[in-house]
Design a protein around this ligand. Sequence first.
Ligand code: ATP
Ligand code: MG
Length: 605
Amino acid sequence: MNNHIEREKIPFKKIISNNLFVFRYALSMNPKVIIFSFFTNIITTVGFSLFSTLMLKMVIDAVMAKKTFREILTIILIGMTAIIILEVFNICTNQYFEAKITNISGKIQRVFIKKAARIDLMCYDNPKYFDDYVIAAAQAEEMLGLCVTSLSSLISSSIAVLTISGIIFTINPIITVFPVTGFFVNLFTRYQIIKTEYEMNMAKKIVARKSDYSKRVFYQPEYAKEIKLSGIATPLRNQFDESIEEQRTVAKKYGIKIAVYSLINWITVFTFLSFFCLPAYLGYLALVRKEIALGDVASMNTAANSVRGRLDQLNYVFADIQKVGLYAERFRKFVEYEVNIEESKGTKELPSELSIIEIKNMSFKYDGSENYALKNINITINPKEKIALVGHNGAGKTTFVKLLMRLYDVTEGEITYGDSNIKDFSIKDYRDNIGVVFQDYQVYAATLSENVIMDNLNENSEEVALTSLQKADFSKKLQSLSMGIDTELTREFSDDGTAFSGGEAQKLAIARMFAKPFKVAILDEPSSALDPIAEYKLNKSMMENAEDASIIFISHRLSTTKIADKIYMFENGEIIEEGTHAQLMEKQGKYATMFEKQAHYYVEE
Ligand SMILES: Nc1ncnc2c1ncn2[C@@H]1O[C@H](COP(=O)(O)OP(=O)(O)OP(=O)(O)O)[C@@H](O)[C@H]1O
Ligand SMILES: [Mg+2]
């Protein structure tokens, strides 16, 4: 936990450069609105400050100069008109920005969603990276707004302070000592408070992970069954209680420090300097030294408090600038993260004909993992060949698929397609070549046809969706849906959304693969949720519809993999046996043992 906070200490120069980075970023979102809001803030702040000081001074001066009532009334009327215009301007522009801000927020979120979709999968394996991105995305809007207002307040408050101080200087320069001293005390204490609050929030976020997880799990429909039927609710609740207790300890530890600094701040700045020293000194000047008029006591008291008010605002502005600077570290990391795999443009044309896939001495380690998930893998897949990967849970089969799809790059060795390393092709061209069904597919809150077609929309979409669903043995279910392929899936957005059974969802995932043309098909456990008849139909359909494709399929049911041209048996990330079903049975090794064990459970076709 401490390490995490230690890393957050960043130098002043970096804080400034981070603020400028965020400001430029905000500008790029909507330059007109940002510049307009920037100057509006300056005009209104300076206007209100000058008004509050000058108005009182002008009226008192006029009274002291024994002007007529009419003349004094004119001054008050002009002042009143000015303040009304300023207020109307302020209200109108605030409303205008309120409307515009939704637009800008949408734009920021869009940029973030787009980036998140391209971030390398590797980042999702590392909780630190993941935390950074989630925090950056969650705070992006707040931070951009804060950065624009704090930079414009920095300018407007500085102008206000300089002009009002100028007025005070003409009366008695020593008066400025009070607000300036208050400013420095405030600067120091606010800096400590913000820093402690930041450290507290970061520390809380880390210990809150467990309670956030529990909160999420208890509300998500996919967990509801197990929460009710298994005993998992108890350890989760214990985790939750532990986490709340940890958060309480963190809040207490930092809370005491914050309270002490707040008290010092209040007593010195407000009570002592503003309410006691300043009026006492002004009284002394007027009554003992007789250097200033009685009217000036009132106007200088207002002016000095106004300067202190503006300087205080500057304190908050500095604190905000510091806050933006700290948070922007994550924001910058996210925005500047150079996407590696997903941006690959490639240097070579993908062969137009189905080509040989060769996996040569390939090894792979997940980021942060000590052990190799795959070690020294050599596989050749000739065009149109059907190969099967088998092996126990955790053997490395899915990892192999992820590498073949270039969701990760290999640690050692290479994968070639045709004569070239797959890294030489544009990632889009390469992936478009392959149809894939993953073990952990998802059903999205969209229509059935959108779930099948995905981004492949065109005028034939409906037809493609229907034939793909048919190829995946989904036709019977489709007939039972009154809205057909326009059926809304999941209950996320509407109460009458349709929920599928495990097998139906799996067929949907398979239909997705058929919806796009492919030269290579990869199926990771495509029939794990299917009943035996559905599995038989799927295998038949695959053979008919992917006759001209190379197929790699993974299955725990060896009766299915039996038909493959070649079978590879994985264990602990290595290939321990390879050959046709007949060869492997003859060898009487681990494959044969596994097959024979399963034969007891399955009646072979
Ligand atoms: N994202 C990840 N980060 C770290 N290790 C991982 C990750 N994904 C998988 N592993 C590890 O890599 C090894 C291989 O996992 P993989 O998912 O490839 O197995 P599998 O053969 O597909 O198993 P199953 O039959 O259960 O699907 C396992 O030990 C697993 O714990
Ligand atoms: Mg797997």
